[in-house]
Design a protein around this ligand. Structure first.
Ligand code: G1P
Length: 296
């Protein structure tokens, strides 16, 4: 295994309005919606921390930034109340959310210009080294976590590594799709990527999901501010432009991770995640079994 630099920084693009979750998102940012017992952003943070990430960069908006700061900050009066009540388990849960403010960074995305633009907004925090991008909408149930699995591949092969999943052909228009050159069933190499192609134009049915380990070369293409599919600045296009062996180009690998991904950007995926995670917890399993019996 080649010795590579560690990856210590992760970008969380969370500036979206979450309109699919209205009315809740009228006041609660989408990443704060809980799946069973913790907000979406907490799952993403736990996955990042497990992978050794120490610096967290949120690309957000002015309304949501203070909420993120409060969520990851220390709440002394809450701690005091919990201590007085002897609520040790609750104190532990709260303490697990706390991040040293020196490791939290915020960039404001003024306009919704696309995922590529969101990553570009984080440039000053990640320039000069490889970094991770985590879309908290994609909740991934995996052991070890998806990003940890991807880091293993990156340590061996370098370049850009993304998590991928096979999708039915009629859904290629929802994802970035790989133009595959080789595929051993676990790791696929691609010659290019296409953002949300129509099923008939899709070069494969292997889709990118919201986990990326990116080489800084990607910024050479993001700062050209080119609009792609849907008129947005697409991360997929910038990554695609870096694939190769020429100057400023790097290898690209897609990892079919071991685990289950829930698309919590959609209401269906969000409900599925709640059911699956509740079933994984002994606390709710029995109730769900009984309830289902009555419905079937
Ligand atoms: C984004 C990316 C897309 C990727 C998807 C994964 O799309 O642009 O390439 O496949 O995330 O969730 P979005 O879901 O923001 O439309």
């Amino acid at each position: 295994m080649i010795k590579r630099k560690r990856i210590t920084k992760a970008v969380f693009p969370v500036a979206g309005l979450g309109t699919r979750f209205l009315p809740a998102t009228k006041v609660i940012p989408k990443e704060m919606l809980p799946v069973v017992d913790r907000p979406l952003i907490q799952y993403a943070m736990e996955e990042a921390r497990e992978a050794g990430i120490t610096d967290f960069i949120f690309v957000t908006n002015n309304t949501n930034r203070p909420l993120l700061e409060r969520y990851f900050g220390d709440n002394e009066s809450l701690n005091a109340t919990l201590s007085r009540g002897g609520k040790i388990a609750e104190l532990k849960l709260v303490s697990e959310t706390v991040v040293d403010p020196r490791n939290l960074h915020f960039c404001i995305q003024e306009q919704p210009l696309g995922l590529g633009h969101a990553v570009w907004c984080a440039y000053e925090f990640v320039a000069g080294e490889p970094f991770a991008v985590i879309l908290p909408d994609d909740l991934i149930q995996a052991k070890p976590g998806c990003l940890t699995q991807m880091l293993d591949v990156w340590c061996e092969r370098g370049g850009n590594v993304v998590a991928v999943e096979d999708v039915p052909r009629d859904r290629t228009n929802r994802y970035g799709i790989l133009d595959v050159v080789s595929d051993d069933g676990r790791i696929a190499s691609a010659r290019g990527l296409v953002e949300k192609p129509a099923p008939k134009d899709a070069p494969s049915t292997l889709s990118i999901i919201g986990r990326y380990i990116l080489d800084e070369a990607v910024f050479d293409h993001l700062n050209k501010s080119m609009a792609g599919a849907g008129g947005e600045i697409q991360l997929t296009d910038a990554i695609s432009a870096t694939i190769g062996t020429g100057k400023g180009q790097v290898p690209f690998h897609g990892l079919r991770f071991d685990g289950t991904r829930f698309d919590c950007g959609s209401m269906t995926g969000f409900v599925e995640a709640n059911v699956a995670l509740a079933l994984a917890s002994s606390e709710y399993k029995e109730y769900l079994r009984e309830r289902l019996k009555r419905h079937l």
